[in-house]
Design a protein around this ligand. Structure first.
Ligand code: NAD
Ligand code: HSE
Ligand code: NA
Length: 430
């Protein structure tokens, strides 16, 4: 007997899901042990030209009726956003259907509700496509590493911003020129806010942290900074010092293991770090686990076909579970760790200051760092006279201590401007 799949949304990802279900039908049947049949495709408007070759008889604008239909076994949600996606997923789960979704925004905002509905109905909820598209990351964390102890997840989980920063690094372009190019190539949306302000990466970071640390995490728990303030001068200065700027998502356990931090922000990493070699719109994520050591996952984090690949993998897993009368892993939040405030984050900093060029300036600047117990690793002066800049790199310090240092520096008459403050990640320096 065939298993019936209801598809919600037939856009960039949905149309590729339709294509793969058709093109791979025989292999999918062999792998699952039963044919997968499209039961219906919910769209916003009928009669629109679409990329997918869908039998018009399958199209419907009544998604709610489709997800509750008796003959539907699996519901695939690729509409995106909070509503109506959440209500449709809940209807599907409450009708006993298993659900596959690519919806990071919903899982990061209200994962608790949908996971609870899956549990209550003994139904599967799979979401590999929601984080880093095609790259297998959710399954390795939920299943392959279920016997290990994850300490840190660190990576590049947004292709659009990686493309922009890579362009700025390779061509010296400004942020706005690089953004324009990303838009022309279809990497960035007309409204690029979700990507460039870090919302997309923050949703993914929340999902990753929740799974890695077996705790509930929402997008609101993530400290988020975007890339819109990064200047060509920041990029050049990083380059001079052997660094490259990347937008990183970092989920890391505290030293005592009782809490963890989740943050998304631009950071300098050494050009020798493997993440520095992640170019264009690619994604890559490091997972550090106590027994496994460092693992790196790399590949296409977005795009119709790559994302549909992850969706299809989930459909097959869910279909196999249905035939076996079992279900996959459910949400795991038993550890219930707290998310610590960003002030407790410990990292290194690169600080660039416009200063007066006269005797005693360096001593007063260094004194301000010392007052907050922030130790300086290197300092150098660029320019002379009215153009003098001090560039300092610190040893590890808390975000709170660094913020207090910067506040103090702003009040010094010899500091004309705090030009930039950026975290330095990815080296093992103290
Ligand atoms: N595009 C990617 O590269 C990518 C990568 C990873 C995850 N995702 C996720 O996949 C999901 C879909 O993304 P997309 O890029 O395909 O978006 P999209 O905008 O191309 O497609 C969404 C489709 O849903 C349709 N839709 C909206 N409301 C609907 C409703 N009530 N009923 C039926 N259809 C409705 C829209 O008309 C549109 O065709 C999102 O959650 C997104 O975050 C996308
Ligand atoms: N807009 C995202 C893709 C979907 O998550 C990115 O640039 O990576
Ligand atoms: Na993935």
């Amino acid at each position: 007997m065939a298993l019936k799949v209801a598809l919600l949304g037939c856009g960039v990802v949905g149309s590729q899901v339709v294509r793969l279900l058709h093109e791979q039908a025989d292999d999918l049947t062999a792998r699952v042990g039963a044919p997968l049949e499209l039961a219906g495709v919910a769209v916003r408007r009928l009669g629109r030209r679409r990329d997918a070759d869908v039998d018009p008889a399958l199209l419907t604008t009544d998604a709610e009726a489709l997800v509750t239909r008796d003959d539907v076994d699996i519901v695939v949600e690729v509409i995106g956003g909070i509503e109506p996606a959440r209500s449709l997923i809940l209807s599907a789960l409450n009708s006993g259907k298993s659900v596959v979704t690519a919806n990071k925004a919903l899982l990061a905002e209200d994962g608790a509700t949908v996971h609870a509905a899956a549990r209550a109905n003994n139904a599967d909820l799979y979401f590999e496509a929601a984080v880093a598209g095609a790259i297998p990351l959710i399954r390795p964390l939920r299943e392959s590493l279920a016997g290990d102890h994850v300490d840190r997840v660190l990576g590049i989980v947004n292709g659009t911003t990686n493309y922009i920063l890579d362009k700025m690094d390779s061509s010296g372009a400004s942020f706005s020129d690089a953004l324009e190019e990303a838009q022309a190539l279809g990497y960035a949306e007309a409204d690029p806010t979700a990507d460039v302000e870090g919302f997309d990466a923050a949703a993914k970071a929340a999902i990753l942290a929740g799974i890695a640390f077996h705790s509930r995490v929402t997008a609101a728990d993530v400290h988020r900074e975007g890339i819109t303030e990064i200047t060509a001068a920041d990029v050049a200065s990083a380059k001079d010092m052997g660094y490259v700027i990347k937008l990183l998502a970092i989920c890391s356990r505290s030293e005592d293991g009782r809490s963890f931090g989740v943050r998304v922000h631009p950071a300098m990493i050494p050009r020798t770090h493997p993440l520095a070699g992640v170019r264009e719109a690619y994604n890559a994520v490091f997972v550090e686990a106590q027994s496994a050591g460092r693992l790196m996952f790399y590949g296409a984090g977005a795009g119709g076909a790559p994302t549909a690949s992850a969706v299809l993998g989930d459909i097959v897993a869910v279909a196999r579970n249905i035939l076996a009368g079992t279900r996959g892993p459910e949400e795991s939040t038993y550890a219930d760790l707290v998310v610590h405030p960003v002030g407790e984050t410990v990292t290194r900093y690169h600080v660039s200051l416009d200063v007066a060029d006269k005797p005693g300036v360096l001593a007063r600047v260094a004194d301000m760092f010392a007052k907050q117990d922030v130790s300086i690793q290197t300092v150098r002066q660029e320019g002379l006279g009215a153009d003098a800049q001090l560039v300092l790199v610190t040893h590890r310090a808390t975000d709170a201590a660094l913020s207090a240092t910067i506040e103090g520096l702003r009040e010094l008459d010899i500091v004309r401007d705090v030009v930039s403050v950026m975290r330095v990640e990815g080296d093992d320096a103290p």
